[in-house]
Design a protein around this ligand. Sequence first.
Ligand code: B12
Ligand code: SF4
Length: 523
Amino acid sequence: MKILLYNPDNGVTRNFMPHLWMFLLQALTPAEHEVILIDGNARAMTEQELVAFARAEGVGLVGIGAMTRMVARAYRFADALRAAGLPVVMGGPHVTECPDEALGRAGGVRHADAVALGEADETWPLIVADAARGELKEVYQPALDAKGLDRKPSLQPYPHIPWESLDLDQFSLVPSWLRPLLSRLGGGWGQFHVVPLETGRGCPYGCEFCTVTGFFGDSIRFRTNESVIEELLRLKERARRERGQVAVFFIDDNLAINLKRTKSLLREMIEAGAQVPWVAQISANLLRDEELVDLIAESGGKWVFIGMESIDPQNMADVNKNFSKPSEYGAVLERLARRDIYAITSFIFGMDNDTVGVAERTVKEIESWPPGLPVFGQLTPFPATPLYERLEQAGRLARPKHWLEFAPFVMAHAPLRMTIEEARQETRWAWEASYSAERNAEAVAALEGHEIQYRVSMLVSRLFFRGIYFPQMSRRAWVRVLFENRRPILALIREGFSKWREARKRTPEVAGTVAAPAASSSD
Ligand code: B12
Ligand code: SF4
C-alpha cells in the first residue's frame, strides 16, 4: 500500500525545518508499504492538487498531523481527500485533545476516518495493518499502563531515521536560485538544512498554558546518548559528503531538564566529535549553571530558545511558571553571550496582570540585555490545558473554538486588565519596535568586536524572524526588507570581502612558510 503523510502549511515559517512526526512514522512503517511525505510548508498545494496527486500515485491511506493553529486547514484537506474516497487518519496534539471534533461526533462535519491519540509510535503499525485490510477503526489509543494511563514509548531503542539518504532538497534553507552562487563561494553554503532531532520527551513543569505535560506526561524519557550521537554523526557525514551545512534543532521541550544527563550527553558528543551547530529549548532557571553553558558552547550550541513569557513575576505565578525568574533573565543572557551563544526569547502578552504599555516596558527591558531574537505571542487557551479549563469555568472564552475561526494575533479571551484589541496593538508594537531596520542595525552593532560570523548570523536571523509577524512570502517583500536593512548588510559585506581578500593575500605566504621547513626536512 502507498501511504501519504501530509503536514499542512502554517502560512508563516514555510520550509525552515521538516516536521519530525512524518519521518518518525515513515521509519516505523513496515517495509512492505511505501510512504510519501508532503509538507505543505515546503511544497505548496491546494486541496484539489493534493487529491489529484494522491490519486495519481494510487495512495491507499493518508495520514495528516496538525497543531491546533493549523487544524482548520488540515480539516479542509482531509475533507477533500475523503470526498475523493481516500481514507484519512489524523494524529498530533489537536486531535488528541479534541478527537470528537475530527470524527464529527461533536455535532460538526466528520473530517477523519480514524484518529490516533497521543504518541503514535506503537499504534502506527497497527493503523497501517488495519488500513491495508480495509478495516480501519475509529480511534487508536496507546495501550494502558497499570495506572490506567497511556503507555509511553520508552525511546530505547529509538527508530532509525535514515537522514543520510533521505531527499531533503525541499527543506534546504538556501533558495534554489542562490545555490549555484553560494556553492561557488565555498564553505558549504550551497545546501543548508536544519534537522529536527529529539533526545527525550516529557516535561514535569506543567505550565498552565502548555499542552506538553498533558500530552507527553510529567515523567521524562530519554534516548541513550549513543543513539543520539550515532544520529548526529550520520548527519555530519552527510553534510561532509554533500559539501553542505547541517544544523540540528533539538526539539525536546527542555533539553536540560535533567542537568546530569544533559551534561553527560554534551560531554559524549564532544568526545565523539559529534558537534554540529545546534539550537535547543532550555528554560532560564537551568541556564544558571556555568558548566552547562560551557558544554553547550563546546558541543556546538549556537542559539537557545527561552520561554521567558513575561517580565512581571505576578504573571509568571498566574500561569504556574514561577520557576522562571524575570529578575535573572539579563544575567542568563550575559552568561550565554560571553560564549557567543544568543537567545530566542519568547514573550506572551495578554496575561491577566498585563496593562496597556506592557510591550514598551518589555521591549525596554529586552534592549538592556545582549541582543537576541525576541518573539511575541499572546496567551492562547489550547484545548485540554489547565488554562483552557480555568477560562471556560470562569465564562471568559470569547471564542471557545478559536481554532476553527483562526485569526492571527487576536486573542480568544479578554485579559483582565486590557481588551483583546489592546493586546493585539501591544503585540504589533513589540514586533515593530524589535525588528525595525534601526533596531536590527543596533543589534549587529552591539556585537562589535565579535567574529563577523556572529554578526552575520544575528542579522540574517533577524531578517527571517521579522517574517513571523510581517508576512515575507514573496520575492518583492524580501527585496523591500533587504533594501530597508541595507546599511548593516553592506557594512558586513564590505568587512567580509576585505577579510576574504586579506586571507587570499596571506595564502601564498602561509604556503611558503609551510613549504620551507618541509623542503629542508626532505633534504
Ligand atoms: C518543533 C516545534 C515547533 C517548530 C515547528 C517546526 C517543525 N518543523 O517542527 C516551531 C518552532 C516552528 C514551532 C512553532 C510553534 N509551535 Co510548536 N512545537 C514544537 C515541539 C517543541 C516539537 C514538535 C515535535 O516534533 N515533537 C516530537 C514528535 C515526535 O511529537 P509529535 O509531533 O506530537 O508527533 C507524535 C504524535 O503527536 C503523533 N502524531 C503527530 N502527527 C501525526 C499524524 C498522524 C497521521 C499520526 C497517525 C500520528 C501523528 O505521532 C508522533 C509520534 O508519537 C512541540 C512540543 C512537543 N514536544 O511536541 C511544540 C508544539 C507542537 N508547538 C506548539 C505551539 C503552540 C506552537 C506555536 C503556535 C507557538 C506560538 N505561539 O507561536 C508555533 C506555531 C508556529 C507556526 N506558525 O507553525 C504546541 C502545540 C499545541 C497544540 N495543541 O497545538 C506544542 C505541543 C508545544 C506546547 N507548548 O504546547 N513549534
Ligand atoms: S512551557 Fe515548557 S517548561 Fe512549561 S510545561 Fe511546557 S514544556 Fe514544560
